[in-house]
Design a protein around this ligand. Structure first.
Ligand SMILES: C[S@@+](CC[C@H](N)C(=O)[O-])C[C@H]1O[C@@H](n2cnc3c(N)ncnc32)[C@H](O)[C@@H]1O
Length: 286
């Protein structure tokens, strides 16, 4: 994120491609050529236990790719700035064995190494209407698997709490109500996924519901702050930041999403902001 200077961002909110979830395999594989080589070697390996080493190497490489972004986030955040990462764990059968890839704990481990302070996180409970998701033999013990029906919103801070001048007007103008605080600062959030109202294309982008960044922005930033989303997708965080009078910076690698982002942000009808205050940069894949 070389376009952003050190200590310029007050809040980062994002949902990256999830390691070991099939829909994101291509993104990781095209960014990390080593993965294809490892997959090839794994296929040629006849010893099942040796093949396990390749599984863990590939999983680590996926996280190494995301680690670059977490490191950059740490650099661009102000002291006391917050990073919120929405991530789900993954289940997958590889090398003939069904298992869990606990993405949330891997990210916590990596972010702590970078220097972030880990804060209590949110469990986003999605209503599940898939009673048949049970993977096991009917009602017989012992080989059933738990259905994943939460995602995580991990929360990290750069150094100690942010400092404000006494009676800071913008901070006071940004306050939440008691009712909001009681719901938002509890650990479980029951929020519907964003599937119903969108086209097939948007569904495939794995957009999170607007309520997620809306709450996080109100909880962890004040009016006039700058919010960053390094994996913009359809621009949900951007839309909420603008609605809540925060500045916004974002990155998205997939050019096909550009018209969707522009439409969601109403860029052509923008009257309050001058045109040159809005800039969408698309990264070129090397
Ligand atoms: C889970 S989606 C984000 C969804 C978003 N929160 C929303 O509400 O629409 C992850 C996004 O990251 C993008 N992406 C993956 N690698 C990237 C990279 N290196 N730089 C920028 N964007 C990237 C993908 O194209 C995808 O749109």
């Amino acid at each position: 994120m070389k376009e952003i200077g050190d200590n310029e961002i007050h809040l980062m909110i994002t949902s990256p491609p999830y390691p070991m979830i099939k829909m994101w395999d291509d993104i990781f594989k095209s960014a990390i050529p080593e993965v294809k080589v490892l997959e090839q070697q794994m296929e040629e390996e006849t010893d099942k236990s040796k093949r396990e080493n390749y599984v863990s190497k590939i999983y680590s490489l996926f996280h190494k790719y995301l680690e670059n972004v977490w490191k950059e986030t740490y650099r661009v955040l102000v002291d006391g700035g917050i990073a919120c990462i929405n991530i789900g764990d993954a289940t997958r059968k590889i090398n003939g064995i069904f298992r869990l890839f606990p993405n949330h704990s891997k990210i916590i481990e990596i972010c702590e190494k970078i220097g972030f302070i880990t804060l209590p996180y949110i469990l986003w409970k999605k209503p599940t209407n898939k009673p048949n998701a049970f993977l096991g033999s009917g009602f017989l013990p012992t080989n059933g698997y738990i259905t994943l029906d939460v995602e995580y919103v991990l929360i990290f801070r750069k150094n100690g709490p942010r400092k404000f001048p006494p009676k800071d007007q913008l901070r006071y103008a940004s306050k939440f109500t008691k009712k909001e605080r009681d719901v938002w600062f509890s650990q479980t959030w029951n929020i519907r996924g964003e599937k119903q109202n969108h086209s097939e294309f948007i569904r495939r982008t794995a957009a999170f519901p607007e309520e997620i960044p809306r709450r996080l922005i109100r909880m962890f930033s004040i009016i006039g702050d700058t919010v960053l989303d390094p994996f913009l997708g359809t621009g949900t965080t951007a839309k909420m930041a603008m609605e809540l009078q925060r500045n916004f910076l974002g990155y998205e690698i997939d050019e096909k999403l550009k018209p969707i982002i522009e439409k969601r942000l109403d860029i052509n009808q923008m009257t309050l902001l001058k045109e040159d205050e809005i800039e969408i940069n698309f990264l070129k894949r090397n």
